[in-house]
Ligand binder design. Structure first.
Ligand SMILES: Nc1ncnc2c1ncn2[C@@H]1O[C@H](COP(=O)(O)OP(=O)(O)OP(=O)(O)O)[C@@H](O)[C@H]1O
Length: 283
């Protein structure tokens, strides 16, 4: 049985494949998360983001490949190990018969590491009324509550499936900034999916891009910004070695690995942001 040690990554996914009814959802995904990494997972609807997260958590079993979550195969994780993971699924919820305060108290009782001060600080930040009935919360307020429930015990691995989709911009901004801080401070790692590329750009340390079940890209954001370019090249010209072509549309080629050097046939090179990257990869 593999146990997590200081040198091991918090998560290692190798060659993961998963299909549903003969249709491939994940097709050979490799991913490693080290402490302090905040990985933004991008991908169109149906790209496989939720499936990947559910496999990592042991909620789905892979057809092929290996996963080590906190040093263990997900299916073999003990309750103690599971309590070091935080998860906010896309659809929530429970605690329907409770108010916010009581729902949090019940939830906290499952986690010896629960940080009441952190909980209170977040309840205030999100502007949640402790006396409000869970059933009467708005979608965004429920999402805020789910986030607090997944974070207030400072999990080592935090997995968030579109955690900010229903939050207003100011709540999103606060949450995302805190997320990064939390990961850095406590040596945790975060994997979160989001369609909001500007948020991702602001807080993620790394970006992982899934398309049709394949991980097209997994890079640190600073490195990606430096080396990602949309090139305009002359007809029939080929790319020099060292450049990875991510997509091509006529004489416009999206590449990774650009180091600023001109080459024969290069007409123009422009930097791209994540939104442009996403659009180029999903014409
Ligand atoms: N339980 C299931 N049974 C059958 N097919 C499924 C199941 N779960 C996911 N799929 C299929 O697997 C593919 C990947 O779905 P997944 O939910 O992982 O995508 P996603 O990237 O999270 O999408 P979204 O951004 O819409 O949440 C889709 O084609 C989906 O229809």
């Amino acid at each position: 049985m593999e146990m997590q040690t200081a040198e091991q990554p918090l998560l290692r996914v190798s060659g993961l494949r998963k299909g549903f009814d003969g249709k491939v959802a994940l097709d050979g995904v490799d991913l490693v998360l080290e402490p302090g990494m905040v990985v933004g997972l991008l991908g169109k609807n149906g790209a496989g983001k939720t499936t990947l997260m559910r496999c990592i958590l042991g909620l789905l079993s892979p057809d092929w490949g290996e996963i080590s979550t906190l040093g263990q195969a997900p299916a073999a994780m003990s309750p103690a190990l599971k309590s070091r993971i935080g998860y906010v699924p896309q659809q929530h919820f429970g605690y329907e018969g409770f108010n916010v305060e009581r729902a949090l108290a019940l939830h906290a009782s499952f986690y010896p590491e629960w940080d009441k001060q952190l909980e209170q600080a977040w309840v205030t930040r999100f502007g949640l009324d402790p006396k409000a009935q869970v059933t009467k919360l708005s979608v965004g307020q429920r999402q805020s509550l789910a986030i607090i429930m997944a974070m207030a015990y400072r999990p080592q691995l935090l997995i968030l499936d579109e955690p900010v989709a229903s939050l207003d911009p100011s709540a999103r901004r606060r949450f995302m900034a805190d997320l990064f801080e939390l990961a850095l401070e406590s040596g945790s790692a975060v994997l979160f999916s989001s369609h909001i590329t500007s948020d991702l750009e602001r807080v993620a340390s790394h970006v992982a891009l899934l398309r049709d079940g394949k991980l097209l890209l997994m890079r640190d954001l600073d490195g990606l910004r430096e080396s990602l370019r949309l090139l305009t090249i002359k007809e029939g010209c080929s790319l020099p070695p060292g450049l990875t072509q991510l997509s091509r549309n006529g004489n416009r080629v999206l590449v990774e690995g650009f180091d600023g050097d001109a080459f024969a046939g290069l007409l123009h090179a422009e930097p791209v942001n994540l939104e442009q990257l996403f659009m180029e990869l999903h014409p």
